[in-house]
Structures are given as structure tokens and as C-alpha cells.
Write a protein that binds this ligand. Structure first.
Ligand code: GLU
Length: 471
């Protein structure tokens, strides 16, 4: 049997982490077994679906690199097909027209509630032979089995049973002729030959209804796996209150897609106590059975830890392709300085996100006219003039510009002046970076470049001279 899964978001908002995790699980399951993955946009709710949300979902899927083999299908483009199936069902008697008025249904509901019963349609029009004009408004209802139960073996939760008495005759076509949500899902899963439906647990109640319709159509019933929800750090259902929940917000905040995917796969799925999974490993190890039944809590610190790991363990050239977007957001022109992959190597250890890295790399590309006030106050003092002049002379004399020759120039200066490395290194750091923190001086000065480093030392010397003059 060819495995086929789908991700079927409703485009009513961005792709949030819960949706992205469901998509990832469906995608991994299929990729693990060599099947196919379908993207289907469930846009039947015309009031709430927007093009913006469709774009955001596509952007999220693309950024995460969750590629699909078929689609995107749009339910709004398939109304003719749904209606054709409904017409066939009417002919076969697995569906019927219902002419009950709103008032009747309302009264029925009130009586049932007053009697402490669960409100449900009483089947008044089922099997009715009343005569109705062809244009009399009606809905179409599915003739749900009236006894027995629906049982399915949820791949994550085990057997789940619903009594048919709990399920009433669902409306499958509204008075305006439009098919309803649960019905469209059924026809799609059937037409698209979906073998495994992996979706959020909020759809468990839809499953028995969908199974009954599939059976009435003589369609195969797929396997179902309902994934638990994600809670925020505070144990409440994850929502906007918890900060970034849209996938693209994680891009904006400086996360690598690999880190987010690794984070999401572990949020509810495990393989021993392993934490780091490459995409290839996820694909080869993923099974539905290893998904956790209970809800998982989002933990931003762990995501940051993973991001730091990926920033430092993926090829710097690759990380740089993502960093580029961030430096461009900040308007930094990187043509005029070290290559971006060098920045990844230089700053990776000290940055948890690419956003931080982009903000921290400005001095490699842009000159500055002001020093960080605290750092300058502490390190650009009159006593720093001599070491700065000495190291400048040595750096200026270098004919070969490498981290090693830069290192020797700094070390040589400290040795000649009989002072510790810090006495040279710290003023030099503030001089060339403008601030009191940076990676090692040899690699930093090297990456900044000879001409630029010398000009910045001059600027620092001028600052010291001005300070001296003021004293
Ligand atoms: N469109 C539904 C949602 O976004 C998913 C339905 C399904 O997977 O069956 O929640």
C-alpha cells in the first residue's frame, strides 16, 4: 500500500507552532515510509479564510523546508465535486433533504435541553414522504447509522469508541448549496487516497462522523493519529500571549529552521533520551507509536539551546545564508568586509540567535564615530595611548595579514612594554570594535582588516588625546 498523508490547514491565521508540528509529523511519517505528502488548504470558511493566511502558511512550509508532493489543493475549487457526491448520496439514500424550519429546530433544541438531553436533530425528515416543491429551501443531512458504534484505533491514543446515538444526522449541504466542512474533508481524504490522517486532537470528535460518511460512500477508512496540544511554559494552551507562535516569527527572531524542526519533533515525540536530530535522522527514526499522548509544554530556553547548537554545528556557509536575511533587515552592507560565514565562525559561540549575531556584527562592516561609553571610560584612558601606538606600529608593519601575524603583533607589544596582554588587548578591542566585548582580538582585528583597524586605532588615539586635553 502506498502511504499518503496530508497537512490540511485552514487559512484563518499564520502557520503556528502547533500546526507546524502536525505538518512535520505527517511529513516525517511519509518520508520515513517513502510515501507521499499532500498539502490541502481548507478554505471553505469564506469569512475567515484570507489570502494573507494562505501566503503565511506557504512561507512557513517553505522556510521549514517541508516539501509536498501534491497540491496545494484548495477546497473552494472543489465544490462541484463535493456537490456531485452529495447528489449521488441523495439518490442512494445515504443522505436526505431536510426541510425543518429554524424555528422547529430551535424549539426542539430547547425541549431537549430542558429535559437534560444532548441537543441533536431528531430525524424528522429522514424517510419522510412529504411533498415539497423543487425550489423549497432545504439542507441535506447525512443519514448517520442509528445504532451500533464507531470504533477506531488511534495510532497515538489507542482504541476510541463513539456510540452512533451520540452522533446526529450531520448537515452536509447548507441551504445556500455549499457543502460543510466535515463533508469536504471526507471527500478530499477519499479522492486524495489519504492512508493516514495525522492531525490535532481537537478533531477527535469529527473522526467518527467522517468515518461513518466514508463507510456510506464505500470509501476506505484511513488510519487516524491525533496529536496532543502544545501548552505554554505556564501550562495554559499555547497562544499569542506566549510570544512568538507563528512560524515566521521564529525566523524573524533569529532561529534556524533546523533548530525549530528539531525542537518541534521532540515536543511530543522521543527516541530514547536523544535530543539532537538531523533531518535525515528524524526521517529514519520517526514513528507514530513513539508520539506522546500527553500535552507538551513549550520551552523557549530549550529552543534557544538547540538554536545555539545548530548555529555552531552546521556548516558556517549554510548558516550564513540565513544570517544574510537578518543583516539585510538591519541594512548592513556586507560587501564591504569579511564574508558572512566568517562572522558565523567568529560570533557563533556567543550568540543564541541569528538576530543577535546580525546586531553584533555591525562593526565588521561599518565604521562608527562613537565608542560604548562604559568601555571607553574604562579602557581608552591616557595609559592606553602608549600600547595603542605601539600595537598600531606593529600592525601597520605587517606585510602578511593573518590571525597569527596579528596575534604576534599584539603579543610582541605586550612583551616589549612588559605588560599583560589585557593592557594591550582591551584598549585595542574598544578601539576597533567600539565596545568592550568581542571574540578573540587576533581573529577580530584580522577580520576587520588592516586599513580599517589602523584607522580605528587612530580614532581611539584622538579620543584619548581629547580626554587628556580636557583633564
Ligand atoms: N483544517 C483543519 C485545521 O486546520 C485540519 C483538518 C484535518 O486535518 O482533518 O485544524
Amino acid at each position: 500500500m502506498k502511504i499518503k498523508t496530508r497537512f490540511a490547514p485552514s487559512p484563518t491565521g499564520y502557520l503556528h507552532v502547533g500546526g507546524a508540528r502536525t505538518a512535520l509529523y505527517s511529513w516525517l511519517f511519509t518520508r520515513h515510509l517513502g510515501g507521499e505528502f499532500v498539502l490541502r488548504i481548507e478554505d471553505t470558511d469564506l469569512e475567515r479564510s484570507t489570502q494573507e493566511a494562505i501566503d503565511a502558511i506557504m512561507d512557513g512550509m517553505n522556510w521549514l523546508n517541508l516539501d509536498w508532493d501534491e497540491g496545494p489543493y484548495f477546497q473552494t475549487k472543489r465544490f462541484d465535486r463535493y456537490n456531485a457526491v452529495i447528489d449521488e448520496m441523495l439518490e442512494q439514500g445515504t443522505a436526505y433533504k431536510c426541510y425543518c424550519s429554524k424555528e422547529r429546530l430551535e424549539a426542539l433544541r430547547e425541549t431537549q435541553m430542558a429535559n437534560g438531553e444532548k441537543p441533536r436533530y431528531d430525524g424528522r425528515c429522514r424517510g419522510s414522504h412529504d411533498h415539497h416543491a423543487a425550489d423549497e429551501p432545504c439542507v441535506v443531512r447525512f443519514a448517520n447509522p442509528q445504532d451500533g458504534s464507531v470504533v477506531f484505533d488511534d495510532k497515538i491514543r489507542g482504541p476510541i469508541e463513539f456510540s452512533n446515538l451520540e452522533l446526529d444526522d450531520l448537515i452536509i449541504r447548507r441551504t445556500d448549496g455549499s457543502p460543510t466542512y466535515n463533508f469536504c474533508v471526507v471527500v478530499d481524504d477519499w479522492d486524495m487516497e489519504i492512508t493516514h490522517v495525522i492531525r490535532g486532537e481537537d478533531h477527535i470528535n469529527n473522526t467518527p462522523r467522517q468515518i461513518n460518511i466514508l463507510k456510506a460512500l464505500g470509501a476506505p477508512v484511513p488510519e487516524y493519529a491525533h496529536v496532543s496540544m502544545i501548552l505554554g511554559d505556564d501550562g495554559k494552551k499555547l497562544s499569542k500571549r506566549h510570544g512568538a507562535v507563528g512560524v515566521m516569527q521564529y525566523r524573524d527572531d533569529g532561529y534556524l529552521p533546523e533548530a525549530l524542526l528539531n525542537y518541534l519533533v521532540r515536543l511530543g515525540w522521543s527516541h530514547g533520551d536523544q535530543e539532537i536530530f538531523s533531518i535525515e535522522e528524524m526521517k529514519s527514526l520517526f514513528t507514530l507509536e513513539a508520539i506522546n499522548k500527553s500535552a507538551s509544554a513549550f520551552n523557549t530556553e530549550k529552543l534557544q539551546w538547540l538554536n545555539h547548537h545548530y548555529i555552531n554545528h552546521m556548516p558556517p556557509e549554510y548558516v550564513a545564508t540565513h544570517l544574510l536575511w537578518h543583516v539585510e533587515q538591519l541594512g548592513i552592507d556586507t560587501r564591504n568586509g569579511p564574508q558572512l560565514f566568517e562572522i558565523v565562525t567568529l560570533l557563533g559561540e556567543r550568540c543564541k540567535t541569528l538576530k543577535e549575531m546580525a546586531e553584533a556584527c555591525r562593526y565588521f562592516y561599518e565604521d562608527f564615530s562613537e565608542f560604548d561609553a562604559d568601555a571607553a571610560k574604562k579602557h581608552l584612558r591616557p595609559v592606553a595611548r602608549q600600547p595603542l601606538e605601539a600595537v598600531k606600529a606593529k600592525l601597520a608593519a605587517l606585510t602578511e595579514w593573518t590571525p597569527a601575524t596579528v596575534h604576534d603583533a599584539i603579543q610582541g607589544t605586550a612583551d616589549e612594554l612588559g605588560v599583560g596582554m589585557g593592557k594591550v588587548g582591551m584598549p585595542l578591542r574598544v578601539a576597533v570594535t567600539g565596545a568592550g566585548q568581542s571574540p578573540g582580538m587576533d581573529v577580530t582585528v584580522h577580520a576587520i582588516g588592516q586599513r580599517r583597524a589602523l584607522a580605528r586605532i587612530d580614532q581611539a588615539l584622538a579620543y584619548i588625546a581629547e580626554r587628556e586635553a580636557q583633564q
